[in-house]
Design a protein around this ligand. Sequence first.
Ligand code: NAD
Length: 261
Amino acid sequence: METVKKTQTVLITGSTSGIGFGIARAFAKAGYNIIFNGLEKEGPDIAAVVAKEFNVGTMYSPANMLKPDEIAAMVTEGESKFGSIEVLINDAGIQFVGPIEDFPNDKWDAIIGINLSSSFHTSKAVWKGMKNKKFGRIINIASAHGLVASEFKSAYVAAKHGLVGLTKVLALEGAEFGITANSICPGYVKTPLVDKQIEDQAKAHNISKEKVVSDIMLAPQAIKEFVDIESVAALALYLAGNDARMITGAALSIDGGWTAH
Ligand code: NAD
């Protein structure tokens, strides 16, 4: 876990589960040091296992994405451990589904805080280091819901549209410093976040989980399959590399044709 190599370092929020964890594994396989973050209590173990498996440096921070002070401290700790952070991937996110008139205020605040504002705070915290190095890659895990809406997801859709907008501003401000910023907009990916939605929707509509998947979730996609975590990770890895240096300010769909409608 403590092996520090002279290589690039990636900070991935929400990387102790789901898509973020898959991205972390792909970057570790490619030789990056990984700064893990997320609320899962297994965080330290996950960091240790990945360090051993791929022979890279890792660190785990339990920073809460609702707390700007903890975000800043995580970045400072990561920079002092690894020297610099070249890649920032904002992945932490939560979901809540409900009609606008019953949508709980605290859920709205939490979703905007974790899915949008935390990316402002992380980007702000890594900016100076990237600017000094004249190199940086910021990759925001938005969603198809950053580009189109679905009913009952007011906070999530607002946060993800906001994230796509924030990404464009970072791209414009970062250009002269060698910093690129892009959003990845996946369709449905089978992760704990989606498993919970399948259960909730099955109860809400009183239909089977299979029907939720076929008639609700995958209905808007042209290709009726979940997106693989590995495919999202491969796109992130590409965006972090040199071949992607001219891609900035983009919102890249990986959604089986959902937003082609
Ligand atoms: P997940 O629930 O498996 O993982 C979410 C991660 O965020 C976890 O590690 C969790 O601990 C972390 N997190 C949540 N609140 C946090 C907080 N306050 N502070 C720090 N960490 C926190 O979910 P996932 O499906 O892998 O989603 C990852 C990202 O991808 C989210 O931003 C989500 O909106 C986005 N996304 C998911 C899908 C999908 O279908 N699964 C589709 C498009 C976009």
